[in-house]
Design a protein around this ligand. Structure first.
Ligand code: M6P
Ligand code: ZN
Length: 231
């Protein structure tokens, strides 16, 4: 992995980063509708949309630092499972990071959430806590309109509006989910510590407290009827 300074560009519209060096790892993660089972409130609308095809909801281009392998990897859905498993093993991951590059690395990349709805609920990311809970994340909005839905294990919640030029700081302990409330792709640049990892299980089980739905043509934050308190 490269240890001298480097640059890359992000092409807009679209949000695809230029590959800055063949020796670094740019991972493309694709999340189709089928990866979001149980996440949308309107299960019937979800099934109906899925029956029409497994449409791609969002894509992530991630500069993996520390890298997990040499070269340029385009990751298929199957590989994501492998990657997630790898990240969940936090101790081993830190060990690998330590051995190769230390713990000061920053993972970064672009997230592209496509426009659309499942019933009246907008296309969104799965959302996650970081496995190392005490790690933050910074987002910079490059294109589109949206909301970041956030909450802590202590059941506080927050929703912040996303629009081009805006920076969002997600403090340690806050789970986060990007929601596209606009008509075009929502493109954000994100940066977070290389050893943070993703905890998807908590959100998959409990859901987020709040949903973002369209009401009278406007994005509206509502309670998630299926949200389960930790107790
Ligand atoms: C952001 C970052 C990425 C994350 C992506 C998609 O861009 O936090 O690390 O992978 O969102 O969200 P999720 O991992 O919840 O599917
Ligand atoms: Zn994150």
């Amino acid at each position: 992995m490269r240890s001298t300074p480097f640059t890359f560009d992000i092409s807009l519209p679209g949000g695809v980063p230029t590959v800055y060096d063949g020796t670094d790892v740019l991972i493309r993660i694709v999340r189709p509708l089928s990866a979001m089972g149980g996440q949308y409130a309107d299960q019937e609308a979800y099934e109906a949309l899925l029956a029409q095809g497994d449409t791609i909801l969002y894509e992530v281009y991630e500069m993996r630092r520390p890298q997990v392998a040499d070269g340029y990897i385009e990751v298929a859905d199957e590989y994501i499972e492998v990657a997630d498993e790898y990240i969940e093993v936090t101790d081993e991951y830190i060990e690998v990071a330590d051995e190769h590059v230390g713990l000061g690395e920053l993972l970064h990349g672009t997230s592209i959430v496509h426009p659309g709805k499942v019933g009246d609920e907008y296309f969104m990311t799965k959302g996650h806590f970081h496995s190392v809970l005490d790690t933050a994340e910074v987002y910079y909005v490059l294109q589109g309109r949206g909301m970041m839905v956030m909450e802590t294990p202590e059941e506080e919640w927050a929703v912040e509006e996303l629009r081009p030029g805006r920076v969002l700081y997600v403090p340690p302990r806050w789970a986060h989910r990007s929601v596209n409330t606009g008509q075009e792709d929502l493109v954000t640049l994100f940066v977070y510590p290389g050893h943070a990892g993703h905890d998807y299980g908590t959100i998959e089980t409990r859901g987020f407290r709040k949903l973002v739905v369209e009401r009278d043509g406007q994005p509206t934050v509502v309670d998630n009827p299926r949200w389960r308190s930790q107790e």
